[in-house]
Design a protein around this ligand. Structure first.
Ligand code: CTP
Ligand code: MG
Length: 552
């Protein structure tokens, strides 16, 4: 862990690659984005969700389930009662379980004839059940409150370790990731009724390594596999009258598909509530709450630009552990100071903020991550890579082209330095003139007058932060400057002695509140100093003019 903290995971990977050190993290890091997705989706298809009584005998439940097949993994979590996620080794076990369970009788409930993968486990004689001595371990699905986080942070020994601590508390757990993929897979059970070859995959922060416990699940309906099939068919003499009507535009097709799926989820989707169809948005989507998993979900239709940016961020997130720790810190800081908000509006989004961190890491000297053009060049050198990031295995590149990357990796800068630099960089950024271009890794003249302009790396004429207005941008700059100031000036030893939050903890308290007295003092300090120097200059002027008058 120490090594990880000091050097980041990147050189550790290099070391492990060279010396073949058995390090679990390394093997997961080596997988491509597409490989991880496929593996997780396959896992989700072999998974069921079981609502359990509060007094559950874990062994008995597993014993019962094992009569249907081998249980590969499981965990319990709290969500409107206790639920268990059960991953079988074989998909066939689910059918066996489905055939063995009772269906509510039609006289009590008017059921829709659909066999779901959601079950309820009821005990015949709950009183007679012997409770296990070891209490059930419930996997947490949300992060600790900021107040508790701040208390924890104060126990750390450096700002860098505070940042890693925050990352550990907030990042998605293995269990939470499984649950996110399961939510997609359960939605797929529905979409398949209309589009048998469709898949539903997560994108955005659920998969880009920057997801926080409690964040929404962005999912998209994918027909790519069907597309491949259609291309194959063209070779023969037949042309299939494709599964749906020919429509005048892709957008209309997307809207129709989402409309039907939205209705389907609303009418028949077990536990899908508050279904909202937002079809006139730039990117049409269906919003709903998925009660069995507890997630708020946004379903859209395959959007290659959004998928590519998820993959790009995944690559950046895997490069160096400092990248994720810095992004989590900035995201948490922005939320605490009201710079971001879960509701849509004129504020900066987490996605834009993440891109700003990436840009800063490209711009600082020496850079921590390569620009998109550099990645493209590296990918081009390797014969198996086509396109930018698709099929991109960064770790193969690392082996063959590590000179540039090694150069970057060898010059280590601790996280707290990067944090301070981030605030300074954006506290002084010329937002009026410049825009943020991650492809070039350069500040370029703004092509239009939006207060904040961040080029979409995969669609050059799209500003990903078009929604941000001037007051929100100014608030961001003011907070960045204030934070840079706090990091530079504050005295850790004194703060610990005064039992005050220090380092990152001090940055996570709304400035008006905790630091109000200190800010006032600071203002007083600045004020009195300014007044003193004004008085001095007045005195000086006075003396000069008196001298001049005497001289006259
Ligand atoms: N996206 C995009 N352009 C935008 C907004 C979003 O391409 N202007 C894509 C990005 O790939 C983003 C994904 O859509 O990651 C999901 O958007 P959103 O949910 O807003 O961001 P997340 O990265 O998922 O962050 P959060 O944790 O706040 O949900
Ligand atoms: Mg999201």
């Amino acid at each position: 862990i120490d090594n990880d903290f000091r050097f980041g995971r990147w050189p550790l990977c290099l070391y492990a690659e060279w010396k073949e050190v058995p390090y679990a993290e390394v093997s997961t890091r080596k997988k491509t984005f597409a490989e991880v997705q496929t593996e997780r989706l396959d896992q989700a298809e072999r998974t069921v969700l079981i609502k359990c009584p509060s007094k559950i005998n874990e062994k008995k439940l597993l014993q019962y389930l094992s009569s249907h097949g081998n249980v590969k993994s499981h965990f319990f979590f709290e969500n409107r009662g206790i639920s268990a996620l059960i991953e079988f080794s074989e998909k066939g076990s689910i059918a066996s379980l489905q055939d063995a369970v009772g269906i509510p009788s039609a006289s009590e409930h008017h059921v829709v004839p659909f066999k779901s993968r959601l079950f309820t486990f009821t005990l015949k004689n709950p009183g007679s059940q012997r409770i296990e001595e070891t209490p059930l371990h419930l996997s947490p699905q949300c992060h600790i409150p900021v107040k508790d986080l701040i208390e924890k942070l104060c126990l750390a020994d450096s700002i860098s370790s505070q940042m890693y601590m925050l990352l550990n508390e907030y990042q998605l757990t293995e269990e939470n990731i499984k649950l996110r993929f399961l939510a997609c897979s359960l939605v797929r059970d529905f979409t398949c009724a209309y589009f048998p070859d469709s898949t539903v995959k997560p994108f955005g922060s659920s998969v880009n390594t920057f997801g926080k416990l409690g964040s929404d699940v962005d999912m998209f309906l994918d027909f790519r596999d069907t597309g491949k099939h259609a291309t194959k068919m063209k070779k023969g003499p037949f042309e299939m009258e494709y599964q749906m009507k020919r429509l005048p535009s892709e957008r209309l097709a997307t809207q129709r598909i989402l409309s039907v799926i939205g209705d389907c989820l609303d009418n028949f989707g077990p536990g899908c509530v508050n279904v909202q169809k937002i079809l006139n948005a730039r990117c049409p989507l269906v919003k709903f709450a998925h009660q069995p998993t507890g997630f708020q979900c946004d379903l859209s239709v395959s959007n290659s630009i959004a998928i590519r940016s998820s993959e790009l961020l995944y690559i950046y997130g895997c490069l160096d552990s400092r990248v994720r720790a810095l992004v989590f810190t900035i995201r948490c800081w922005a939320r605490v100071h009201g710079l971001t908000n879960s509701a849509p509006g004129t504020w900066i989004t987490n996605f834009s903020l993440t891109m700003m961190v990436m840009f800063f890491l490209q711009r600082r000297s020496p850079p921590i991550i390569p620009t998109l053009d550099q990645l493209k060049e590296l990918a081009g050198k390797h014969s198996c890579f086509c396109g930018y990031c698709s099929l991109f295995n960064f770790f193969i590149i690392l082996k063959t082209n590590f000179s540039l990357l090694l150069l970057m990796a060898l010059v280590f800068f601790p996280l707290d330095v990067l944090l301070g630099e981030f605030f300074e960089y954006f506290g002084n950024f010329d937002f009026r003139k410049n825009s943020i271009n991650l492809r070039k890794g350069k500040e370029v003249n703004k092509p239009e007058s939006s207060p904040l302009y961040i080029w979409n790396p995969f669609e050059q004429d799209l500003n990903i932060s078009k929604n941000v207005n001037q007051p929100q941008l100014e608030k961001f700059v003011a907070m960045a400057r204030e934070s840079a100031w706090i990091l530079q000036k504050e005295d850790k030893t004194q703060q610990i002695m005064d039992k005050e939050p220090w380092g990152l903890a001090a940055l996570l308290i709304p400035f008006g509140k905790s630091n109000s007295s200190k800010m006032k003092n600071r203002m007083k300090g600045i004020g009195s100093e300014t007044i003193r120097s004004l008085l001095d200059s007045l005195k000086l002027n006075n003396a000069n003019s008196q001298q001049k008058a005497v001289g006259k």
